[in-house]
Design a binder for this molecule. Sequence first.
Ligand SMILES: Cc1cc2nc3c(=O)[nH]c(=O)nc-3n(C[C@H](O)[C@H](O)[C@H](O)COP(=O)(O)OP(=O)(O)OC[C@H]3O[C@@H](n4cnc5c(N)ncnc54)[C@H](O)[C@@H]3O)c2cc1C
Ligand code: SF4
Ligand code: SF4
Length: 375
Amino acid sequence: MPPEKPHWAHLFGEVVTTGLCTGCSACVVACPYDVLGYDAGAAYKPFHVEATGGIDGCTHGEKGCTLCTRACPRFRNWETEIDQHLFGRTRTDDEVGGISCDTVLARATDPELHEAGQDGGLVSAILVWALEHDVIDAALVSGLEGDGSGWKAVPTVVRDRSGVLRTAGSRYTYSANPLAYAEAIEGGAERIALVGMGCQASAPPVMAARRAGKVARRFVLSVGLMCSKTFDDSIFDELFDARYGLHRQDIEKMNIKGVFQIWMRNGDYHEIPLKEAHGWTREGCMACPDFSAEHADISTGGIGAFNDWTLTVLRTERGRELFAAMVDGGALETRPGDDDPGAIALMRRLSRVSRKRWPATAVPMPGRLPAAQPA
Ligand SMILES: Cc1cc2nc3c(=O)[nH]c(=O)nc-3n(C[C@H](O)[C@H](O)[C@H](O)COP(=O)(O)OP(=O)(O)OC[C@H]3O[C@@H](n4cnc5c(N)ncnc54)[C@H](O)[C@@H]3O)c2cc1C
Ligand code: SF4
Ligand code: SF4
């Protein structure tokens, strides 16, 4: 029998319609025939242009194209394949948050980057450093649509310090950052960094592991954001506005530190219990097993005792080298992860909680706790 060549029909049947699809958009970006679209309105899902095979099939796939399944970080044994590719081994059951070499606290020494960043401004500092030291030509990040007053997060390309500063900070609705790839290429970028939550951070390495061609080669850096969930955009009108009278255009900044923290343009500050927000959890997050952005070169989070530091997990050789160069160059201030053991314990606990979401009906993964096992 000839080897199987899995394509859109398999992706549609095994990932998109089974609840495993996170809406990361990697399949859309990898498709060389432009027959995949993306619904960024409310569904956050890829779809197939019907004219070339219907919603659940693909004429190019039937002729041998497999690029969408090669790019998908939820297709079949994605986790084992990426672990093997990045680290030369699969994780042990104890490595609930993925394989890593070091966990530290870090923050940008540049006051402007530190101030603009959600936590320590580490991600922004990495991007500025990589752009200014000829490591990357562009980065795919998340901006806000229009003047930002609608709080609609949109995939955005940045190519310089001002772009990085403009798009710093966290939005808690979904932004499929890989979708900005086409614009980066049009602008001449050949070496691209991707910033995104775990669902997106796993895309570059899965593409590399499965040899997804040019797209795979162009992603040279993956910076991950730790993440338990994102929310539907309707949370602004239906919860923040309807229940608390907080109009989206008046919101200045948001954070999640046990509660939803909301700062208003007039200086007011509000806290909304997270349990009130659960009803607006985005569907694509419900089966996601990855809290700690387990396949990024560098993963970053905001948990812990020190609000203005970024909890930082160095995973790959590439991530470690870049980080060390930045420290040597004076761009980062660091302190040992042991300064905040509670943050590391919480990261492990949240990782364990997320892993229980991976359905028992999907392919087994290393370290996955049985659904019934308590955290
Ligand atoms: C949706 C979401 C959920 C998160 N949940 C947690 C959590 O539960 N626990 C935790 O410890 N940390 C979480 N984080 C990570 C945390 O908020 C910070 O992003 C991280 O600590 C890095 O901080 P920084 O100051 O170094 O980043 P910054 O220098 O502020 O850079 C942040 C980067 O993230 C990009 N970005 C912002 N919003 C989005 C988005 N919605 N989608 C994709 N990219 C985006 C920005 O464009 C920017 O490039 C979450 C982040 C996001 C976006
Ligand atoms: S998880 Fe990402 S790559 Fe896989 S089908 Fe969904 S959008 Fe496409
Ligand atoms: S929980 Fe976070 S990492 Fe997982 S699918 Fe949702 S946005 Fe992506």
